[in-house]
Design a protein around this ligand. Sequence first.
Ligand code: COA
Length: 214
Amino acid sequence: MDFERRRIEAQWIAAEYRQRARAKWSLRKLKKVGARPIVLGRATIDASDLEVGDDFKVWSGHRRTLVSGWGRMRIGDRVFLNAGSVVISVLEITIGDDVALASDVYVIDSNSHGVEGRPHVEAPVRIGDGTWVGARAMILPGVTIGKRVVVAAGSVVTRDVPDDSLVAGNPARLIRTLDYPAGCRRAWHDEFGCPCPKLALAEEDEEIAPEEIA
Ligand SMILES: CC(C)(COP(=O)(O)OP(=O)(O)OC[C@H]1O[C@@H](n2cnc3c(N)ncnc32)[C@H](O)[C@@H]1OP(=O)(O)O)[C@@H](O)C(=O)NCCC(=O)NCCS
């Protein structure tokens, strides 16, 4: 079982190397691209005012990932967009460092249509450093999400979310405040490229007591 898992992980890593070449083509329309981008599959990334940081990683598998629009879009370092994510900007979308959007996440800064004869809403969206947006969540125009937030799967975020919190539901409500170990920079933690080196080390070496991590 463990061997099988390792074999599949090795295949994934090999695929990542192959797709570094694809990233050059897929990201050719961007204003600025940082170091070591990865694009797995056929993403459509044609936003006209988009800058992304280092280690930008996009998967586009069972559904095509789409990053589009003429708005100002700024994406930080080590950001991951999973398959089927849709990010469309006509005004301004800012995504911080170490953010992950899971499969089929929707981020928009315009409602595109007005209601009751009112003009349609267009307002900037901000997603703070280290935030993890769960599968099929939606982030609506005008929302600012803080740092190291977890947005639970399927949530519809209509209002601002404070730092270090878990929100869930439609409309998304605060479930609880999150308490991270010292040095932890992102809400989503795994063994692949986690930017919290002391935490990763501590996992490998059980000799390190939790109080030594700070
Ligand atoms: C949020 C999540 C990570 C669970 O975190 P957790 O700290 O273990 O939270 P819990 O399971 O203890 O749930 C806390 C409360 O939130 C509720 N909740 C959790 N996820 C929810 C969701 N998606 N929608 C609505 N409510 C949710 C639980 O029912 C629970 O409510 P209760 O206190 O009334 O019983 C998980 O539910 C989730 O949404 N994962 C997303 C996974 C994903 O998208 N992966 C993609 C891979 S990139």
